[in-house]
Design a protein around this ligand. Structure first.
Ligand code: GLC
Length: 427
C-alpha cells in the first residue's frame, strides 16, 4: 500500500477542530459581526438587505430570477396570501456546459444577461404584453443602498465574468430585458440567496431568524432587530464565507493560492461544495504521491462516503476513476480523509450558527427557533446534518435544544417573489 498511516493521521489531525477550537471560532465570528455592525474593520462586510421579514400576506404573480450557483432559474411564482404559494412555471439552464462557459473570463456581462433575458422570453412565451415585477436573487456580495440598487463588490465562487464588478446588477438585467423587447418585465428587487432563504422560511416558520446556504458557496444571513447600529432594522447578509479568523491547514493555503481570488473567502474555501473536492484532490495527490492532481468534486465525496462497508469497494470505484487502480486498503483510508474534510466543514457551519445565535440573544437565552438551510451539501452529503447538530450541542450545551436546523428547499425563487411583492407595493 502506498499510504503511510502516520502521514494520513497528520493530515487528518490538521483538518480536525475540537470542541474548544469550535467555541473560539464561534466567539471570533460574533466579535467580527459586531465590529462590522459598528462600522469598524472586520473580515465580514455584514451587508444590509433593506428588507425585513414577510407578513405571509404578500399576494400576486411575480417573476423570480435565481443567479448564483451552477444553474440559472427563471420562475413565475404565484403568492396567494396566508403563506400559500405556487411555482407556476420554471425554466432552468446551466451556466457551464461542454459548449459554453458563462462564468469565466471569456463571458461578458452582456452575454450573460442576454442569456437570462432569453430564458424569461421562453418562460413568458405568449404573455409578453402583461407587466410583471421581478425579484432577483443574486448570490454574490453586493453593496445595497435600497431594495433595487445593489452593486457587485467582488465575484466569489470562482466566477469571473468581466464587466459586472462595481455595477448595479439590476440595471444590467433591466437593460438586457429592454434589448430583447421584454420591457414589460420590471426589475424591482435584489436579494442574496441567504436572504431569499430566510424570507421563505419566515413565510412558513415565523420563528426563523437565520438563513443559510450550504452549497457551491457558504453564507448566512439573520434578522438584525436592533436599529441602533447605524442601519435600519433589516436582514443582514453577512457574507460569512469571507470570515478569516480560522486557522487554515497547509492544504487550505495551497487551494487559496491557486484560486481566482487568493486571500478572499477563506471560510468558504474550507467549507463549501465548490472547494471541498479540491481539498480532497490536493491531499490525495500528496498521500498517493501522484504526479498529476486528481479532480475530485463534492459529488465524488458523497459517493465515497455513501459506502459504509469495511472493504469500501464502492468507494474504491469512485476513487479509481480519478486516480487509477487502488491497492487493497487504500480506499478505506481515502474515505477517512474525505470524512475529515466533510466533518470539518459541518462543524465550521455550526460554529457560524452559534456565533450568530450568541449575537442575536445578547445576554439572554437563545430563543426557540428554526434555522433555515438550503443547498446541495446540506441536503445530500453524508455526515453533514448530524455533524452540524452534534457540533451545536458541543458549543451551546443544553441551549442547543432550542434550535432546530431544517432543510428548506427552493427558497431562492420564492424569496425573490416575496421581495418583488414587498418592493412593488411602493410603485
Ligand atoms: C458566496 C457568495 C454569497 C452567497 C453564497 C452562497 O459566498 O459570496 O453571496 O450567499 O456564496 O451562494
Amino acid at each position: 500500500m502506498r499510504i503511510n498511516e502516520a502521514q494520513l493521521k497528520s493530515i487528518i489531525d490538521e483538518l480536525t477542530l475540537d470542541k474548544e477550537q469550535l467555541k473560539e471560532v464561534a466567539s471570533a465570528l460574533r466579535f467580527d459581526m459586531e465590529l462590522a455592525l459598528q462600522g469598524r474593520e472586520s473580515s465580514m462586510p455584514m451587508l444590509c438587505s433593506y428588507i425585513g421579514m414577510p407578513t405571509g400576506q404578500e399576494k400576486g404573480e411575480f417573476l423570480a430570477l435565481d443567479f448564483g450557483g451552477t444553474n440559472l432559474r427563471a420562475e413565475l411564482v404565484s403568492l396567494k396570501g396566508d403563506c400559500q404559494y405556487e411555482i407556476v412555471k420554471m425554466v432552468a439552464k446551466p451556466l457551464v456546459t461542454e459548449e459554453y462557459n458563462l462564468i469565466n473570463g471569456s463571458a461578458s456581462a452582456e452575454k450573460v444577461f442576454d442569456f437570462i433575458a432569453d430564458m424569461f422570453g421562453e418562460l413568458l412565451e405568449g404573455a409578453e404584453n402583461k407587466t410583471y415585477y421581478l425579484g432577483h436573487t443574486f448570490s454574490f456580495p453586493s453593496q445595497q443602498t435600497d431594495i433595487y440598487n445593489a452593486r457587485l463588490l467582488v465575484w466569489t465562487k470562482e466566477f469571473a465574468i468581466p464587466g459586472v464588478e462595481g455595477e448595479v446588477v439590476n440595471d444590467l438585467l433591466q437593460a438586457a430585458f429592454d434589448r430583447k423587447g421584454l420591457s414589460n418585465i420590471k426589475v424591482v428587487a435584489v436579494i442574496n440567496d441567504t436572504v431569499a432563504e430566510l424570507l421563505t422560511a419566515g413565510y412558513q416558520y415565523p420563528d426563523t431568524q437565520i438563513g443559510c446556504i450550504y452549497a457551491t458557496g457558504s453564507n448566512n444571513c439573520y434578522m438584525e432587530r436592533t436599529a441602533d447600529v447605524g442601519r435600519p432594522a433589516a436582514i443582514i447578509n453577512m457574507e460569512s464565507g469571507s470570515f478569516n479568523k480560522l486557522t487554515p491547514s497547509q492544504w487550505d493555503n495551497k487551494l487559496d493560492e491557486a484560486s481566482e481570488k487568493p486571500g478572499r473567502q477563506r471560510l468558504e474555501k474550507m467549507v463549501s461544495g465548490r472547494y471541498m473536492g479540491e481539498l480532497l484532490s490536493l491531499t490525495v495527490q500528496h498521500l498517493l504521491n501522484l504526479q498529476e492532481k486528481p479532480e475530485f468534486t463534492a459529488i465524488d465525496m458523497s459517493g465515497i462516503m455513501a459506502d459504509t462497508t469495511a472493504v469500501a469497494s464502492d468507494a474504491a470505484k469512485v476513487i479509481s476513476v480519478k486516480v487509477g487502480a487502488l491497492e487493497p486498503g487504500e480506499a478505506a483510508y481515502i474515505r477517512d480523509l474525505t470524512e475529515a474534510i466533510a466533518i470539518r466543514s459541518a462543524r465550521i457551519v455550526a460554529a457560524c450558527f452559534a456565533g450568530i445565535l450568541w449575537h442575536v440573544s445578547g445576554s439572554g437565552k437563545i430563543a426557540q427557533q428554526h434555522i433555515a438551510i438550503d443547498g446541495s451539501v446540506y441536503e445530500h452529503m453524508p455526515h453533514i446534518k448530524e455533524n452540524v447538530q452534534k457540533a451545536l450541542y458541543e458549543i451551546l450545551d443544553e441551549e442547543a435544544g432550542a434550535v432546530t436546523p431544517m432543510l428548506l428547499k427552493d427558497g431562492s425563487g420564492l424569496g425573490a417573489a416575496i421581495a418583488a411583492a414587498v418592493a412593488s407595493k411602493n410603485i
